[in-house]
Write a protein that binds this ligand. Structure first.
Ligand code: ZN
Ligand code: ZN
Ligand code: ZN
Length: 439
């Protein structure tokens, strides 16, 4: 048997065959590979150069074109990021620049770069609510059927064509129903009502009834066949400030919004299921313009929940006589919750909520609706950014679908946080609900 010899690297306990040693100058394979990796790293660090694709470019349209272009991956190049986020650049576009981007998107689609073209159109629709009525017939010609939000502004002829096509086009029916839900005008509402009264033959091939598709566009068909919105408007972004401690002492407007909003405050009430302290996700003055359309019988809208338990199932809260949140007797414990160990969960940092502000101005209602496009998601008002399918909880007291009032992107709250908390209300019952989704 050949005798193994020790690896010559200091501190390495491995032994190797003499034949290996001859090939590796005496090092074991793990050591040799690690040394090669380090060598490569030193080479990259010594030879890497910064590339600023945005140098001397001031036109936001040109900036966005570069942002949408896939970058060549090269470890020897460090791309200098643009000073603003893609979302910020989009929001800065004038009406004329939005048109330029729209034309550019259509060019890319015609050139075969469908994904880039679609992405641009999605941002323009979500962030600026632009109309694509001229472009929609072309998109359909290119057989682009999703995302459905692009079809919100479909002209009447297209709507009528889709209303025909949905009964014959088995392959695209799912997409067409979502498109019709986005269009959602009187004609469409009437069609969904008819389908509910006498389900078409193809309805049995769907996972849910046709009228259920409307919830993906943020509305439902009421019992008497009317359109009812499932989220409140306007939408106000909830954003984070850096160095909130500094800012609080110097800025005056922060003091005002700090008064009207507080977030992520621990409650003295405990969760009857897991025993942990309940948390008030948001606490907003009902006089804030974000809540102008909400009828609430207290001075503040407080949405309280158990952060742990509501990630397993919907948690409902009622209002007590003093207008304070109260654990609802309607709550039904999800299976397995009695085995939750609080020690498995981290504690929320006491200042987690202090960094949040509510925007001074509202934004478009569908700004955050395309979750996968990575918009700033936390908000009061606006269409929810569903991570999964749309899921509006049913009010346990009156059985109506509850309205979405706010959402909080947990990735913004905790360093390794993920998923989203969705907040809902039932105004007639003065009930709140919190649910959670993650990818
Ligand atoms: Zn070694
Ligand atoms: Zn709990
Ligand atoms: Zn209710």
């Amino acid at each position: 048997m050949t005798e193994r010899i020790p690896c010559i690297r200091e501190g390495c306990p491995n032994t190797i065959l003499p034949a290996t040693a001859a090939r590796t100058s005496g090092y074991c394979m793990p050591c040799k590979q690690e040394m090669e990796r380090e060598e490569r790293k030193r080479y990259i660090e010594a030879n890497r150069r910064d590339v600023n694709l945005y140098a001397d470019i001031t036109d936001p349209v040109e900036v966005l074109k570069i942002m949408h272009e896939p970058q060549v991956r090269d470890p020897l190049i460090r791309y200098v990021p643009y000073e603003q986020s893609e979302e910020q650049v989009y929001l800065s576009l004038s009406v004329e620049q939005q048109d330029q981007m729209k034309d550019y998107a259509m060019q890319r689609i015609h050139a075969g770069d469908e994904d880039i073209g679609k992405d641009i159109l999605i941002y323009l629709v979500c962030y600026h609510d632009i109309s694509l009525s001229v472009e929609i017939p072309e998109l359909l010609e290119q057989e682009i059927y999703y995302p459905a939000i692009l079809y919100k502004s479909a002209p009447v002829e297209v709507r009528d064509r889709l209303l025909q096509q949905v009964s014959t086009d088995d392959e695209n029916r799912n997409h067409i129903l979502l498109m019709l839900a986005q269009i959602g005008d009187d004609e469409v509402v009437q069609q969904f009502r008819q389908w509910r009264q006498s389900p078409p033959s193809w309805a049995s091939e769907l996972y849910v009834a046709p009228e259920h598709y409307t919830t993906e566009a943020g509305w439902e068909l009421t019992k008497d066949g009317q359109r009812r919105e499932l989220f409140i408007t306007p939408s106000y972004s909830l954003y984070k400030v850096k160095d909130y401690k500094v800012k609080e002492s110097e800025a005056t407007n922060v003091a005002i919004s700090g008064d009207s909003l507080s977030m992520l405050t621990p409650s003295t009430n405990c969760c009857p299921w897991c025993g942990g302290a309940l948390t008030t996700l948001i606490n907003l003055d009902v006089k804030h313009p974000a809540l102008w359309d909400v009828s609430w019988h207290a001075e503040r809208l407080q949405i309280q929940t158990c952060l742990i338990c509501s990630s397993y199932g919907v948690v409902y809260m009622e209002l007590d006589a003093g207008g304070e949140p109260l654990w609802s007797s309607h709550n039904v414990m999800p299976v397995g919750m009695d085995e939750i160990d609080l020690d498995d969960y981290g504690k929320l940092a006491p200042d987690a909520g202090l960094e949040f502000r509510i925007a001074d101005a509202s934004r478009h209602a569908f700004h955050a609706s395309e979750w996968a496009m990575e918009p700033s998601l936390s908000q009061v008002g606006g269409h929810p950014g569903w991570v999964q399918d749309a899921e509006y909880p049913t009010c346990p007291s009156c059985s109506a679908r509850m309205k979405a009032v706010a959402q909080l992107d947990w990735g913004e709250v905790e360093e390794y946080g993920e998923g989203m908390y969705y907040m809902f209300i039932c105004e007639p019952c003065q009930m709140t609900a919190v649910s959670y989704q993650q990818s």
